[in-house]
Design a protein around this ligand. Structure first.
Ligand code: SAM
Length: 291
């Protein structure tokens, strides 16, 4: 099959569509990426032109292809213990302070976390390991993690919780042994997250751009992780999203963002309280004090 050509007009139409559907900004520098990823979709459908593929994706009767189209465009790079200072902060500063205030009766022994843009699950499982360790002596504590992504493929991977051995290099051997099962036989070379970690998690497809998120309106989180997601969005989209995150955080709640992201000039609903760690401005709370 001959390589289909992506004209300037077609590229512009796809960029527009990606922006409308996901908020991801595709500039000229990403042209090769779009070309190579979409060419695979064309081949699969035995379609010979990008215009024809565009019609397929925008045809409302084929929402499955729209999902596959989105999945093919997202960038899902992630790692266990990525940006480890966030997990150090949670283990060494946040959890001890929360435990103290629960002891004083100032808060219930529970924590609600949202991983917005969780990719293949390394981030929520890293937090699961961190909280399991930090709260090991406090079995009364209850924590729940919502892990969401727009990409249904990575979400299915996250839910399976099975990783190639090479992906586990950043996990300390003692923690790997404790929280993962090593595959044998056919599964050799893979690790599966233990059920104890998975039990805290709920996975859901959430498009951060959707005007209504599927969580109940009164659901508030103590912590939102949205790391290395908004880097692909433009400023107006980031602004809207951070405002919505602020409305979803409990008083004094914390927002963790990626190493190359910032709220500077984008949102004043938060105060900086550590390297890429932000606290909801306003009322004092234990979360606030901990930070
Ligand atoms: C680079 S990964 C970051 C994963 C993880 N948070 C980390 O820092 O390692 C970015 C994720 O954001 C997701 N994403 C992009 N646009 C999104 C949107 N509009 N709604 C929800 N998730 C989105 C992508 O599918 C991708 O899995």
């Amino acid at each position: 099959m001959e390589e289909p050509e992506l004209t300037d007009k077609e590229f512009a139409k796809f960029s527009d569509l990606i922006y409308q559907l996901t908020g991801i900004v595709i500039n000229e520098g990403k042209r090769q990426l779009v070309l190579s990823r979409l060419t695979k979709r064309l081949r699969l459908h035995k379609i010979t032109s990008f215009s024809e593929y565009y019609d397929l994706v925008t045809n409302s009767r084929d929402s499955e292809e729209q999902s596959a189209f989105i999945n093919s465009i997202t960038t899902n790079k992630t790692d266990f213990f990525r940006e480890p200072h966030h997990f150090d902060f949670i283990a060494k500063e946040l959890v001890p302070s929360l435990v103290q205030s629960a002891r004083r009766g100032e808060r219930a022994p529970k924590l609600r976390v949202w991983h917005a843009g969780c990719s293949t699950g390394e981030e929520p499982y890293t937090l699961g390991v961190t909280l399991s360790e930090a709260l090991a002596a406090h079995p009364d504590w209850n924590w729940r993690q919502l892990a969401s992504d727009i990409d249904t493929n990575v979400l299915a991977h996250a839910e399976r919780g099975v990783y190639e051995e090479s992906r586990t290099d950043t996990i300390a051997p003692s923690l790997l042994r404790k929280y993962f099962l090593r595959g044998v036989g056919e599964r050799e070379g893979h690790y599966k997250v233990r059920r104890e970690l998975q039990e805290h998690l709920t996975f859901r497809q959430v498009n951060l751009l959707d005007p209504a998120w599927p969580m109940k309106a009164d659901t508030k989180f103590d912590i939102i992780f949205c790391r290395n997601v908004v880097i692909y969005f433009d400023k107006p989209t980031q602004k809207r999203l951070f405002e919505r995150f602020a409305a979803r955080l409990a008083p004094g709640g914390l927002l963790f963002i990626g190493h190359s992201e910032s709220l500077l000039g984008i949102s004043d609903a938060f105060d900086a309280c550590g390297q890429t760690i932000y606290r909801l401005s306003g009322s004092a709370s234990t979360l606030e004090k901990a930070a």
